[in-house]
Design a protein around this ligand. Structure first.
Ligand SMILES: [Zn+2]
Length: 540
């Protein structure tokens, strides 16, 4: 009986996973007809000097918004934004610390009070909601400030309620690199502290970069709802009363009256031994923040699904429309055009939409094409969209993000960032087979690329996500694609050199369009909704 059951189960799983999505003649024809000149012309417009680097809040960004809306209309896409428009309106808030207002007093158990020095001892993180904010409470050392469901937790031995937590940068060794990046992400640590009842955090960067000067501008960015009641981003969004950066020397000072040694404790947590404890010290902090607000937009189009049930679910294609604007002059050029980053991604999404529209593909699930603002400001446009989508939140089944595909050489193999965490991998494999592409493992796992672009905003909201990067395969003997991309990055990435006169392989850009189309189409056609792999920590 058992044997029969096993065989039956195997058969069932074969049936459920072996139903490749069929592609009509029209779809194949339309995929073939994608015009590399059109891809080039999208990039050329968006990367033109007159758009001045597409910085949110500038005329250049609005020109990019207008271009996308115009293209959506030309392709014949339905609006997917607010109130029947193509736009999702949001507010971007720049928060700047009023340096002169920053004050902090450290008091020990016998009541001796020390005034701490701004910059030398502490640097408050601007509060994105309140102009004046303060907190006073007992300190507790909370290690990395990480709590992994069913695993390592810095919160085992302390009661964080009402306390200000001292948290060091990083994560324990021996964690999968993507998870390390996820759990050591600042916003994640702050949110965990908030959920544990803390009123503030002191963040100790164990590997600080040099370069603080005497009167620095301490600045952060968030996206907000138009009513300005909630902030969204991957950093401090204002849930705690205070958040403060500090340093290794202060960590030693905090430990002084405890019986613990900094070195021992840091070694222990690195090895995965939680070592949190409460200190007999109190800290009171106060500071002011100046806010500057401006309007910005995500630009959203809809391809309605055809299945009467599945059409109420959505596959989201995303690409950031913004770039960094005008900056340091290099070789007489101060405009950071962002041709690859991410005009090429926006062009890619426009052509994916065109395949859906022109082929009459009629996907079962609906498709959203979302160009987001503020990626370069800290993934804030996508943070806002993922938390407040223009469709019911639970109805988004997957995100396929496109950020700087780096189309500078023939595309022969791919690295599907994030796919190994969910059933999206099946759809990637289907798409790769159709195009004769090889699927590779991430060659640079320590770069933490999965958490570094807009797909991470969707992951933070529980949505399985994907971001396809280039693999290492090349058809030129002796050619080192990885080294080539590395050199390219050094010269072009976030440089004014990233313009139309850079290196492009538009045939590869076309393959990239086909690939991402096939992934979302496969997801849209498959009744089984994408899910995180069993026990995957992103799904918890
Ligand atoms: Zn980018």
């Amino acid at each position: 009986m058992k044997k029969i059951l096993v065989i039956f189960t195997v058969l069932l799983s074969l049936v459920s996973s072996a139903q490749p999505v069929s592609l009509s003649k029209n779809i194949r024809k339309t995929m073939d007809r994608i015009d590399t000149n059109t891809i080039r012309s999208h990039i050329a417009y968006l990367a033109d000097d007159k758009l001045k680097g597409r910085l949110p809040g500038t005329e250049g960004y609005q020109m990019a918004v207008d271009y996308v809306v115009d293209q959506y209309k030309k392709i014949g896409l339905a609006p997917g934004g607010d109130n029947g428009s193509y736009l999702q309106n949001l507010v971007i808030r720049r928060s700047v610390l009023v340096n002169s207002s920053a004050s902090a007093i450290l008091t020990d158990f016998s009541g001796n009070a020390d005034t701490l020095e701004f910059l030398k001892h502490f640097i408050p993180i601007p509060h994105p909601i309140k102009t004046g904010t303060g907190a006073a409470g007992q300190l507790a050392f909370a290690g990395y400030g990480i709590e992994i469901p069913g695993g390592y937790s810095d919160y085992k031995n302390i009661d964080a309620n009402g306390k200000i937590l001292i948290i060091v940068s990083g994560a324990p060794d021996r964690m999968h690199s993507t998870l390390t990046a996820h759990f050591s992400n600042l916003g994640n640590k702050i949110n965990t502290a908030y959920k544990k009842g803390a009123i503030g955090v002191i963040l100790i960067n164990l590997n600080p970069r040099p370069g603080a000067n005497n009167s620095p501008t301490i600045q952060t960015n968030v996206a907000m709802n138009p009513e300005k009641t909630e902030a969204y981003g991957r950093g401090f969004t204002g849930n705690l009363a205070v958040a403060v950066n500090s340093n290794r020397a202060m960590l030693s000072r905090f430990f002084l009256q405890s019986r613990k040694k900094v070195e021992t404790v840091l070694t222990d947590i690195k090895q995965g031994i939680p070592s949190s404890f409460e200190l007999s010290l109190r800290l009171s902090v106060f500071y002011e923040t100046k806010h500057t607000d401006f309007a910005s937009q995500n630009v959203v189009a809809l391809i309605p699904g055809a299945d009467k049930t599945l059409k109420n679910e959505y596959v989201v294609h995303s690409a950031h429309l913004d770039h960094v604007g005008i900056g340091r002059v290099v070789n007489g050029d101060s405009i950071y055009n962002g041709a690859h980053d991410n005009a090429s991604g926006v062009a890619s999404l426009l052509e994916i939409a065109r395949i859906y529209k022109n082929s009459g593909a009629k996907p079962k699930r609906s498709i959203l094409i979302v160009m987001v603002t503020g990626e370069e400001m800290g993934l804030i446009g996508s943070s806002y969209f993922a938390a407040n989508p223009t469709v019911p939140k639970g109805a988004i089944v997957a995100n396929v993000n496109t950020d700087m595909p780096t189309v500078i050489a023939p595309l022969l193999s791919i690295v599907p960032l994030g796919a190994e965490h969910s059933t999206i991998m099946k759809h990637v494999q289907f798409a790769a087979i159709q195009l004769g592409l090889e699927v590779e493992k991430d060659p640079e796992p320590t770069e933490n690329r999965f958490v570094r672009s807009d797909q991470y905003s969707f992951v933070m909201n529980g949505i399985p996500a994907l971001h396809i990067k280039y693999g290492t395969k090349t058809n030129v003997p002796g050619f080192d694609l990885v080294a080539f991309v590395k050199q390219w990055r050094a010269k072009y990435y976030h440089q004014s050199a990233d313009g139309m006169d850079g290196i492009f392989d538009f045939a590869a850009a076309k393959v990239y369009v086909q690939l991402n189309f096939l992934v979302s189409y496969s997801i849209a056609q498959t009744t089984e909704r994408p899910s995180w792999n069993k026990d995957d920590l992103f799904g918890k």
